[in-house]
Design a protein around this ligand. Structure first.
Ligand code: FES
Ligand SMILES: [Fe+2]
Length: 441
C-alpha cells in the first residue's frame, strides 16, 4: 500500500475541514456534482433559507464543555456520542487481495476491516479475546490469518478462534472476535458502527438520511490512496469541528484557499447528522492544485469529513484523546492519472489549510481554558453549520440525554462495551469501580 504515515509534532497544524463542496455550475471530470445540488437553486436562496429567525441569537456551547481539565465530560461524550455513531472508513477498492486489512481508531476504539477468503469485507474490534492485546499493530497490511502478538491465539478472517497454543480446552466458540456493524454503500463507501448491541440503536439510513443517494454521485473508488497523515492537536475535538463547520473565517485565515474558491458564495446545506459545504471554483483561470474544480466538503457527525475535489479527495477524522487533545487522522486519495508532482501539490495545498486551521484551534483552546470567556453568539447564516442539528445542538442533546440515563441507572453506560455479553461481567469487582468513582472522601 502506497501509504506513508507522517507523525507530526504537536502544535503544528490541524485541520482544514472547511472546504467541502459540490460543483453544480459545471460538470467535473470525475466528481459528479449534479446529484448534490439543484442547478436551479441559487446559493443566495440557500443562505436566506438558512437564516431562519430561530437561529438569531443562538450561542455556542459553553466554554466549560471545551476545557482541557474537564476530563469527565470528555469521557461522557465518548460514551454518549462516539460509542454509537456511524463512522466512514474507506472505500472497497482499497481491499484488493484476500487478507488485506486496514485499522481505524474512533475516539480510542480501535477496529479493523479485513477482506475474507470469500471476498467479503468484515469489521472487528482490534482486541484479542484472550488478554486484550491489539491484534493489528500496523495501520494496514495483508495476512491470511489474524494472529495475536502476545500469546499467539490465531483467528480466521471471519473472526473465529482457530488456535490457542497449549490451551486445548478453551471454548473456541465463545472467544471469537467482537464483530463491528458494517454498512457498505452501492458506491463502495464503508461505514462502521461500534455499538455492542446485535443491531445498532440507529440504522445507517436513519442516522444519515439521504446520504447514500448523495454519495452515489461521486466515484471515489477511482482514486488511489496516496498518503496518510496523523496529527495530535492540543485542543478539544469540538474546537476543531466548530471551525470546520463554517467558512466565516476563510477570507481571514485561508488566503490561498480563497484564491482557488469563490469564498464569498460559500454555502452550507445542513441535514440530520451531516452537512454539505459548497465551494465553487474561483473564476480565475490560474492552475491550482485542486484541479480548478468545485469542491464538496462533507461533514459527518460527530467528527468525520470527506472532502472532494477533481484531483483527489481526503478522509479526515478527529478523535478525542481526552478533553484537551485530539488525534486527527487524514488519508489523501489522488487521481492516478496525475503526475507525482501534481499528487504532492494536491496533498500539500490541502494540508496547508489544515495547518492554518490547527493554529486557530490551538490558540482558541488556550482562551477557552483560561476561564474568562463564557460563550459567544453565532451568525445565523455563516455559522449555521455550527448551530444546527448536525452538530452543536445534536451534541448537547446526546450528552444531556445520556447523562440523565446514567444518573437514572446510577452507573456509567458505554454502548460499545461488551461487558453485558461476557459471563464475567457485572461482577462485584465491576461494581466496586463504580462505587469508588462516587466516593467523595
Ligand atoms: S492477548 Fe492475544 S493471545 Fe493472549
Ligand atoms: Fe479553516
Amino acid at each position: 500500500m502506497a501509504t506513508r504515515l507522517l507523525h507530526c509534532g504537536r502544535n503544528r497544524g490541524t485541520p482544514l475541514l472547511r472546504v467541502n463542496v459540490i460543483g453544480w455550475r459545471r460538470q467535473l471530470a470525475t466528481i459528479s456534482p449534479s446529484s448534490v445540488r439543484s442547478p436551479k437553486k441559487p446559493l443566495s436562496h440557500e443562505l436566506e433559507a438558512a437564516a431562519r429567525p430561530d437561529r438569531t441569537g443562538v450561542t455556542t456551547l459553553p466554554a466549560s464543555w471545551y476545557r482541557s481539565d474537564n476530563f469527565k465530560l470528555s469521557q461522557l461524550e465518548k460514551r454518549a456520542i462516539f460509542a454509537r455513531s456511524w463512522f466512514f472508513t474507506t472505500v472497497t477498492s482499497e481491499f484488493k487481495k484476500k487478507g488485506d486489512y486496514r485499522v481505524f481508531d474512533f475516539a480510542g476504539l480501535s477496529m479493523f476491516l479485513v477482506k475474507g477468503h470469500d471476498g467479503e469485507i468484515r469489521a472487528f474490534h482490534n482486541v484479542c479475546r484472550h488478554r486484550a492485546y491489539p491484534l493489528r499493530t500496523q495501520e494496514a497490511g495483508c495476512s491470511g490469518v489474524i494472529s495475536c502478538g502476545y500469546h499467539a491465539w490465531t483467528f480466521d478472517l471471519n473472526g473465529n478462534l482457530m488456535k490457542a497454543p497449549h490451551f486445548n480446552d478453551v471454548d473456541k466458540k465463545a472467544n471469537g472476535l467482537y464483530p463491528v456493524h458494517l454498512h457498505i454503500t452501492p458506491g463502495g463507501l464503508i461505514f462502521v458502527n461500534l455499538e455492542a448491541s446485535e443491531t445498532p440503536s440507529v440504522s445507517f439510513e436513519e442516522y444519515f438520511p439521504g446520504l447514500e443517494t448523495l454519495l452515489d454521485g461521486f466515484d471515489l473508488k477511482r482514486y488511489e490512496l496516496y498518503k496518510a497523515r496523523e496529527f495530535i492537536g492540543d485542543f478539544n475535538w469540538k474546537t476543531r469541528i466548530d471551525g470546520f463547520q463554517e467558512c466565516y473565517h476563510c477570507h481571514v485565515a485561508h488566503k490561498s484557499l480563497s484564491k482557488s474558491f469563490d469564498i464569498k458564495n460559500y454555502a452550507v446545506r445542513n441535514h440530520p447528522n451531516y452537512t454539505q459545504h459548497i465551494a465553487l471554483a474561483s473564476p480565475s483561470s490560474a492552475k491550482d492544485a485542486y484541479g480548478n474544480s468545485d469542491a464538496l466538503f462533507l461533514y459527518l457527525y460527530p467528527s468525520g469529513a470527506i472532502n472532494c475535489f477533481k484531483n483527489g479527495w481526503q478522509r479526515s477524522f478527529s478523535s478525542p484523546i481526552d478533553s484537551g487533545r485530539t488525534r486527527i487522522s487524514m488519508e489523501y486519495y489522488v487521481d492516478p492519472d496525475l503526475s507525482e508532482q501534481e499528487k504532492a501539490d494536491f496533498v500539500q495545498s490541502f494540508y496547508q489549510v489544515f495547518e492554518e486551521d490547527c493554529a486557530l484551534c490551538t490558540n482558541t483552546q488556550r482562551s477557552l481554558d483560561a476561564g474568562v470567556y463564557a460563550k459567544g453568539v453565532l451568525h445565523p447564516v455563516h455559522e449555521s453549520g455550527v448551530i444546527v442539528q448536525a452538530y452543536q445542538s445534536r451534541t448537547k442533546e446526546l450528552v444531556l440525554k445520556h447523562a440523565a440515563l446514567e444518573e437514572s441507572l446510577g452507573r456509567e453506560l458505554n454502548p460499545a462495551s461488551r461487558a453485558d455479553q461476557n459471563s464475567f461481567a457485572q461482577s462485584p469487582e465491576d461494581s466496586l469501580c463504580a462505587r469508588l468513582e462516587q466516593r467523595e472522601w
